[in-house]
Design a protein. Structure first.
Length: 360
């Protein structure tokens, strides 16, 4: 079945989600919605997406952006809508989606209660696919990053307790009004930060505490992770466990990747669109085990790591594929997977950290 998916909001996340949907063999972009006829609206039109004007259609016409309709028209023409609007707007839009009886996905910037359930493909795909939720929130970039590593660690070793400090970028590269200019801010100063409770929306039984720090950077987030495991492990075994995850890239020492700046250059050199890194980037050399305490650093590209999750969430909410099958389709279509862009043999992997047998 070809799923018609509308994208409401065509900014940092929305344009990436639209392109990811267009690459899928079982999905088509029914259109995108914009409030203003800016350069992104022009780009959407040039990419062949039907542009829907949320407000002043005449302004779009004046900017030489043809208008296919309004938001109601987009929702009516879609089997699923992905809301990629700024935080807080999605909650206001739910009434529109409900009026058309159209299932909708929301982003992690929304409060969890905007939806019937939260989603991460590695953590709870089957729960969403087998349930009756029609409004689903894809958890934030940081929560996605934590869920992708904590789920396999819990499956293999058991997780007694997780403590993570999130060093967060002040804003995306285009957000010139965001973040400290010359400061380092506890954000929030209270403990825990919201990320731990957000992980519990998809992994409710996991013990996790988080702290947040905001720094004057735009490239990526950096996590310092400490996990007390329930069983013994060694660093090599944990490294192999994480390397088996198709959405985790264990950065090899020989790559000499010092930080997010190098990772972004690596992604560009590997031909990634917009220099995106859909995978968690875990420094292999940082993985250390003392007793049952595991330590490692990982970087999370806040502009793109939730993109494959949105694609999988469409299939989960539509009941169109099981978890392994959906992740295989998404990974193959986008080029997500186990690969080392430093070794000249970038081959996408299948599955969700397991040998996948789906054939598509």
């Amino acid at each position: 079945m070809m799923l018609r998916v509308g994208v409401n909001g065509y900014g940092t996340i929305g344009k990436r989600v639209a392109d990811a949907l267009a690459a899928q063999p079982d999905m088509t972009v029914s259109g995108v919605a914009k409030t203003t006829p800016n350069f992104e609206a022009t780009a959407a039109h040039r990419r062949g997406y039907a542009v829907h004007a949320i407000d002043d259609a005449a302004a779009f016409a004046a900017a030489d952006v043809p208008v296919a309709g309004d938001l109601d028209d987009l929702v009516a023409a879609s089997d699923v809508v992905i809301d990629c609007t700024p935080a807080g707007i999605g909650a206001q839009n739910r009434e529109i989606y409900e009026a058309h009886d159209t299932p909708a996905l929301y982003q992690g910037g929304e409060d969890a209660d905007v939806a019937d359930a939260s989603f991460n493909a590695r953590a709870n795909y089957d729960e969403i696919a087998n349930g009756d939720a029609e409004h689903v929130r894809v958890v934030s970039c940081n929560t996605t990053g934590l869920s992708r590593v904590l789920t396999p660690l819990d499956e293999v070793y058991g997780v007694e307790k997780t403590r993570a400090t999130l060093v967060r970028r002040g804003g995306d590269p285009s957000q010139s009004d965001r973040g400290p200019i010359n400061d380092i801010l506890p954000d929030p100063v209270t403990v825990p930060s919201h990320h731990g409770p957000d992980v519990n929306t998809v992994l409710p039984d996991l013990a996790v505490d988080t702290m947040g720090v905001t720094v004057p950077a735009t490239l990526m987030h950096l996590h310092s992770v400490n996990v007390t495991l329930e069983s013994d492990a060694d660093a090599d075994a944990v490294r192999e466990t994480l390397a088996d995850e198709s959405r985790v890239f264990v950065v090899p020492e020989h790559a000499r990747v010092a930080g997010p700046g190098h990772l972004k250059e690596l992604a560009k050199d590997a031909g990634r669109p917009r220099g995106d890194l859909w995978e968690n980037c875990v420094w292999g050399a940082s993985i250390a085990v003392e007793g049952r305490d595991l330590y490692f650093f990982q970087a999370i590209h806040q502009e793109s790591d939730v993109v494959p999750e949105n694609v999988d969430a469409v299939r989960a909410i539509a009941g169109d594929a099981d978890a392994a099958e959906s992740v295989v389709r998404t990974n193959r279509a986008l080029g997500v997977g186990r690969f080392d862009p430093t070794d000249g043999d970038a081959t996408a992997a299948d599955g969700r950290g397991m040998a996948a047998s789906a054939d598509d």
